[in-house]
Write a protein that binds this ligand. Structure first.
Ligand code: ZN
Length: 192
């Protein structure tokens, strides 16, 4: 089972075996059933999309920690808590974070194809080189006077939530956004 969490931070973490090196999604394509994915996921970070009747059902990942498990991530809201997949392919993002409750208990995010373990990333907002000014402006104009979670801001402008979190932190440093601080970082931002 997976936890669908809005907050990619938790203190008690096991250190993943692969956390010392960069793991990237290796896109293995699109199939119509879970069975077709069996045996085709080999390396940590291998990923397949299961799409049936023109609907995305699952992304199945070979666990990026290196434990050898396949991790099915539900994309279909009709069947329970669902993740959102952005840019299916080698540069995919998944939102929110994936947190395995059994086995290796890994907790990671996937952003633009890069696997970032929560134990190593803590919070985003550090590597912002790819955010252009137009995107920052669109996030700035989407900020509200009342504190709003970055995922809601992302929804309002149809953007990748990890990018929006990064942008909010950049805007905060520029004095254009304020983050509500509950136990450090809340992920909710208001216009300043
Ligand atoms: Zn694992």
């Amino acid at each position: 089972m997976l936890t669908c969490t809005q907050s990619p931070v938790r203190s008690s973490m096991r250190f993943p075996r692969t956390a010392h090196r960069r793991v990237h999604v290796r896109w293995r394509g699109v199939v119509t059933s879970r069975g077709e994915a069996d045996g085709r996921l080999v390396e940590p970070g291998d990923a397949m999309l299961i799409r049936r009747a023109e609907r995305d059902r699952w992304v199945v990942l070979r666990c990026p920690c290196g434990c050898g498990s396949d991790v099915p991530v539900n994309l279909d809201l009709r069947t329970g808590p669902a993740w959102r997949l952005y840019s299916p392919g080698p540069s995919m993002s998944l939102y929110p974070s994936v947190w395995r409750e059994s086995g290796c208990e890994s907790h990671f995010i996937i952003r633009r194809g890069a696997v970032l373990f929560v134990a190593t990333v803590r919070w985003l907002g550090l590597g912002t080189g790819h955010l252009d000014q137009a995107f920052l402006r669109s996030v700035a104009s989407a900020l509200k006077p009342t504190p709003t979670h970055y995922s809601e801001i992302a929804d309002s402008i149809n953007a990748d939530p990890w990018d929006v979190l990064d942008a909010c932190r950049v805007l905060e440093r520029r004095g254009k956004a304020r983050e509500e601080n509950a136990e450090g970082s809340s992920g909710t931002f208001s216009r300043r």
